[in-house]
Design a protein around this ligand. Structure first.
Ligand SMILES: [Zn+2]
Length: 211
């Protein structure tokens, strides 16, 4: 796995996918009352650290709001760029965590990613203790042809698996494609207000290493 920098182009691509996902969610209507969903996008101020500065300009968080009086519930579509409320872009959370596992050193990875050590430590604990217990991972792990990516090595094991699948699929830049796929797979974790988020983040897409 080589070094990788996430430029503007990478985030423009993810933003386009985010827009398409949001449009598909909007078309489905409000899940509480079937009312129409209206756009209520807002701006975020994501951080890219030293590896994804190009993403800091990608600020639009797609958001929807029910138009029916008495409901007006907000609906946040899954995103490939924003990882829940974390201030760092999803790509940074994944890549810096991958680097920490590859180098077996949190300090070095924190420095080269431009992320505080305590933040990277918190992410490491999340990947080790929280993520493997999520419904998103349990659904995803069931899709892989065994052996399933090693849980104690997430997200490195997941990215390596996706990368090798992209490689054998003839991708020009397998690392980049693996990062996009990883973002799709992790997408359902980026929202709590769309229950069947998996359907939207994978719509029409090949899963990688599965099926
Ligand atoms: Zn509604």
């Amino acid at each position: 796995m080589g070094s990788f920098r996430f430029g503007l182009e990478f985030f423009e691509r993810l933003e386009k996918v985010d827009g398409a996902i949001a449009a598909a969610v909007a078309a489905g209507g409000c899940r509480h009352c079937q009312g129409p969903l209206h756009w209520g996008n807002y701006l975020r101020k994501p951080r890219g650290g030293l590896i994804a500065g190009g993403g800091e300009g990608s600020r639009v968080r797609h958001s929807l709001c029910c138009g029916r009086r008495g409901c007006r519930k907000r609906c946040l579509p899954p995103s490939l760029r924003f990882f829940g409320r974390r201030v760092y872009l999803e790509a940074v959370v994944v890549w810096a965590s991958v680097m920490a596992l590859l180098r077996r050193c949190l300090g070095e990875a924190a420095e080269s990613a431009g992320v505080p050590l305590r933040t990277l430590r918190r992410w490491a604990s999340w990947w080790r203790n929280i993520f493997p217990a999520t419904a998103t991972w349990s659904e995803l792990r069931g899709r892989f042809v065994p052996p399933v990516p090693e849980e104690s090595e997430l997200p490195l094991s997941l990215l390596q698996r996706l990368e090798s699948t992209c490689e054998s699929g003839g991708a020009r830049d397998p690392t980049c494609e693996a990062m996009v796929l990883a973002a799709r797979h992790l997408g359902p974790l980026t929202t709590a207000s769309v229950t069947d988020a998996t359907r939207f983040v994978r719509a029409g897409f090949w899963v990688g290493g599965a099926e």
